[in-house]
Design a protein around this ligand. Sequence first.
Ligand SMILES: Nc1ncnc2c1ncn2[C@@H]1O[C@H](COP(=O)(O)OP(=O)(O)OP(=O)(O)O)[C@@H](O)[C@H]1O
Length: 320
Amino acid sequence: MASEVAAFRGVGKSYGRVRAVDGLDLVLRPGETVALLGPNGAGKSTSLDLLLGLREPDQGSVTLFGGTPRAAIADGRVGAMLQSGGLMTDVKVRELVELACKVHPRGRSVTGVLTDAGITEIAERRVDKLSGGQEQRVRFALAIAGDSDLIVLDEPTTGMDVSVRQGFWASMRAQADAGRTVLFATHYLEEADSIADRVLVLHRGRLIADGSSAEIKARAGARRIAFEIHDVDLSSAAVPFDETVLRALPGVQSLDVTARVPGVRTVRIRTADADAGVAGIYRAGLYPRGLEVTGVGLEQAFLTITGELDKQDLAEESAR
Ligand SMILES: Nc1ncnc2c1ncn2[C@@H]1O[C@H](COP(=O)(O)OP(=O)(O)OP(=O)(O)O)[C@@H](O)[C@H]1O
């Protein structure tokens, strides 16, 4: 189908007894920037390998642009940056990029690739003299050496410090702005949050969440309520301060009370029902000062979703 960049249909892949990918159904559409998240061993790299035709599924099918991964790659429709595989070392960065542009079926100009990857300044350096972060940028240059429709990146910012990483995100975003579909696996949730318009969460080879980062945060449901209780307000309160009242509020997942300043307690609650929580705080006769209700970050959402599944899996295992 023309509107499909990639499609996994009922895909399974095992390594011996390890089920690395388990019934994956997924369609990538043109122009999407998609982050693939998941804890270690969730099956991210295996899924990317299957997408690129580097491994064959045991079950189901993987198609790229309606055909086989191999055909799409031969047509130069895909650029990839994988974790494995070293770079040629006894050459300069420019020579390596020149070679990549030359052999690519849709090779771009060397100058354009060096600029887009942000490596013009290191073009005359030898590849074996680069730092880890610079090496990653050169790998990225090789992934964008052709005018590909899909760019696949496996943990591209590993080894980059924060400032380098942000520069790299801009390069990635520019690829998406040029209309290419970008799929990248990452451990950095802030990266998914700020770049991807779609986030996929894999867990034990299964796709457990698929949506915008806002949707994934909403699905985890949790919100934070924070406020202060001042002793001076308690004298007029209907009830004395009692943590058990807070713990009994609807949907409470965690409660943290600290008293760093005399006479002031800071309360932080994580809850699945912030509205009922706030109402309950007032109903209990408390006078919360500086009340704040905030959503959780993608990181917390991710931990909540995968943590719940781990708990379910453990419960199922022990019931057996
Ligand atoms: N070549 C292999 N032989 C045997 N088992 C493998 C092989 N490659 C991966 N696995 C196993 O398959 C599962 C999925 O691994 P995969 O590398 O796809 O996950 P990942 O999400 O990319 O992990 P990470 O974030 O650690 O890179 C893991 O349990 C892993 O140990």
